[in-house]
Ligand binder design. Structure first.
Ligand code: TPP
Ligand code: MG
Length: 689
């Protein structure tokens, strides 16, 4: 099949026409050489998709390697991230300055730009980190959505690009793909074009081992335009791409390919998927492809043809810059694309905080979040809200916010549907694309369903804000399926993620401020369903949550014990402190700890000052895991030891003994156990007499 691909490509005539197949062979050879040198990697996918990628990058994709961040470039997402050498080979051939041949030779080595899977920020032009299959596809939905929303705001003159995805069988098998295609199809999200590497092979062998879905029918049922082509016939691929570009909906192009194309003994089989081909097979493939050049060497005419392809976008880019320079939207567009939010957002939040000190509202922190959002969204249109079908529980929509609808992208609120994972990934896409700060809501317990995307928000250093309400047994009657226990620990274990659990309306406003200012860290705002009083005693313009933890209530004399708590349990800790003082003459300080990560980053002197030297008791209606970091050797913990139950919140707090009495009892027994007991005992005796 496709014998025309196997043509000699090392002739010395530098002026002759180079065929698309020869250009594709450059990708194939670089991919197999790099994997061979690294003794690790995936040659099959780049070799199979080389023809498709050549058509896309030489005839369709709008980009300029000299300005990889050009805002109106087309976005390209390699959702099948294991085929990373496809992207690295393309970048090298197209002239991305950082993708030198040395980088290809250092594929998968420490510190190389050519990481095992494409990582956003490691090399120019990598739009998103991929590898967890299906994520790229769902992230691309967010990018395509961002394009449409910005286009509505700024017009075709400035925003006019496409989002292309290469996805494999694995991406389409993953559940997240269904959330993503269903959602994109519903919105009629045109300009999103998925090229499916339909090679019918995955790691275990033929995909027939585990799936018999008719993918075209599935996509079609979700509202996509679909067609199928021979992925080794460039003209077929090009014709399909042209049709996809003019579709009024998202498009799937199923590209029938042969994995490991060109490797005579391994092509078409899973043996080409994820291991070096072996030198003998690489040599045989070279002969088959008619490629006599040494490893990592691309013959001159082919190299030149690729360089020319890399220059295609330059004129477009310069014309765009000219249009922008003369556009009435210039200033607004540049501001929108900057990662800094207007200062009025923070000024308004400060005003809001002052008003809260006066009113001292007793509200659930989810409500306090809505109050903060109302202020923020009035001050800027940069935030794009949403929820996974829990809008009125998460309180994520603000007054006047219009919803995004099919073919209508002027709104600023997204009904993601019951699709937590795709919501997280789409928010990553919105953030990566630029122009927006996405926030989206679900119940804290369902972060399990969005975990893959949350992890990538953190890894990619994106400002994505997760609004996670119903943050404990305090949600009550819905029961243990809905009551998070281990989720705070899971989120806190995730690097580069701020996990906020504010105690009242003031802390909530402060946490929102930090989340918005954190341009390279995503945030998880864990919020209560139940009402909570304002616990912050004194009016203070300083954002105390920014220190992660602070002393909310200090004892007059030396502390006997320090009570640590977050969120809804701060009120309980304060009551426990009162109880300890009134009934036992025990001096307890109370520390609110809305964000461990920020506290961890404070100078040790501050941490010591806050934590004090007295024994510590922590209260949090969640699992203990992680708390020992703050408790020290002799601390006590009041919280959950198993799953919750279905009952009114008050009954649950009693039942699971997360009460002021329980905290006070734990504190008392701790104080009696340690040396401080003598002086405390004396005071207790004195009181009793
Ligand atoms: C979420 C997730 N699960 C499992 C893997 C491990 N994995 C990497 S590639 C692959 C098979 C993918 O098959 P396909 O997309 O058809 O790629 P091909 O073999 O055709 O290159 C698997 C299971 C992964 N990367 N991500
Ligand atoms: Mg496959």
């Amino acid at each position: 099949m496709h014998e025309s691909n196997f043509v000699a490509s090392s002739g010395l005539d530098h002026t002759r026409e180079v065929s698309p197949h020869e250009m594709a062979n450059a990708i194939r050879v670089l991919a197999m050489d790099a994997v061979e040198r690294a003794k690790s990697g995936h040659p099959g996918m780049p070799m199979g998709m080389a023809d498709v990628a050549t058509v896309l990058f030489t005839r369709f994709l709008k980009f300029d390697p000299l300005d990889p961040a050009w805002p109106d470039r087309d976005r390209f997402v390699l959702s099948a991230g294991h085929g990373s050498m496809l992207q690295y080979a393309l970048h090298h051939l197209l002239g991305y300055v950082d993708m030198t041949v040395e980088e290809l030779q250092r594929f998968r080595q420490l510190g190389a730009r050519t990481a095992g899977h494409p990582e956003h920020g490691h090399a120019l032009g990598i739009e998103t980190t991929t590898g967890p299959l299906g994520q790229g596809l769902a992230t691309a939905v967010g990018m395509a959505l961002a394009e449409r929303m910005l286009n509505t705001r700024f017009g075709d003159e400035i925003v006019d690009h496409y989002t292309y995805v290469i996805a494999g069988d694995g991406c389409l098998m993953e559940g997240i793909s269904h959330e993503a295609i269903d959602f994109a199809g519903h919105l009629a999200l045109k300009r999103l074009i998925v090229l499916w590497d339909d090679n019918r092979i995955s790691i275990d062998g033929p995909t027939a081992l585990s799936t018999s879905t008719d993918q075209l029918t599935r996509f079609q049922a979700c509202g996509w335009q679909v067609e199928s082509v021979d992925g080794h016939e460039p003209e077929q691929v090009a014709a399909a791409l042209a049709r996809a570009k003019s579709a009024d909906r998202p498009s799937l192009v199923a590209c029938r390919t042969v994995i490991g194309y060109g490797a005579p003994n391994k092509e078409g089989s899973e043996t080409a998927h994820g291991a070096p081909l072996g030198q003998a097979e690489v040599d045989a493939a070279r002969i088959r492809l008619g490629w006599s050049a040494s490893p990592f060497v691309v013959p001159e005419p082919i190299k030149t043809a690729w360089s020319r392809a890399g220059e295609r976008g330059r004129i477009d880019r310069m014309a765009w810059q000219e249009r922008l320079a003369n556009s009435q939207h210039r200033h607004a567009f540049l501001q929108a694309m900057s990662s800094y939010l207007p200062s009025r957002v923070f000024e308004q939040l400060q005003e809001h905080k002052r008003a809260l000190f006066v009113k001292k509202p007793t509200v659930a922190t989810r409500k306090a979040s809505e109050m903060a959002l109302t202020v923020i969204n009035e001050a800027t249109d940069r935030l794009i809200g949403g929820s996974a079908d829990l809008t009125h529980s998460n309180l994520t929509i603000t007054k006047g916010a219009i919803s995004i609808k099919p073919r209508e992208f002027s709104g600023r609120y997204i009904h993601y549907g019951v699709r937590e994972h795709a919501m997280g990934a789409a928010m990553n896409g919105l953030a990566l694309h630029g122009g927006f700060v996405p926030y989206g809501g679900t119940f804290l317990v369902f972060t399990d369903y969005a975990r893959g995307a949350i992890r990538l928000s953190a890894l990619m250093r994106q400002r994505v804000i997760y609004v996670l309400t119903h943050d404990s047994i305090g949600l009550g009657e819905d029961g243990p399926t809905h009551q998070p226990v281990e989720h705070l620990a899971m989120l806190r274990a995730t690097p580069n993620l701020y996990v906020f659990r504010p105690a009242d309306a003031i802390e909530t406003a402060e946490c929102w401020e930090i989340a918005l200012r954190s341009r390279e860290t995503p945030s998880a705002l864990c919020l209560s369903r139940q009402n909570l009083p304002v616990v912050r005693p004194a009016d203070n313009d300083e954002n105390l949550c920014a220190r992660g933890a602070y002393v909310l209530y200090e004892t007059e004399g030396e502390r006997d014990v320090t009570l640590l708590a977050t969120g809804s349990e701060v009120e309980i800790a304060l009551n426990a402190a009162k109880l300890l003082a009134a009934e036992h003459a025990v001096q307890a300080a109370v520390v609110s700890m809305p964000c461990w990560e920020l506290f961890e980053s404070q100078p040790i002197s501050y941490r010591q000052e806050v934590l004090g030297r007295a024994p510590r008791v922590a209260a949090e209606a969640a699992s203990r895991l992680g708390w020992d970091r703050w408790l020290g050797e002799i601390g006590a913990f009041v919280g959950m030891t198993g799953f919750g139950a279905s009952a009114p919140a008050k009954a649950l707090y009693e039942h699971f003994a997360i009460t002021a009495e329980a905290v006070s009892k734990a504190a008392l027994s701790l104080v009696c156990r340690v040396g401080a007991a003598d002086s405390v005992a004396a005071r207790i005796l004195e009181k009793q007499n």
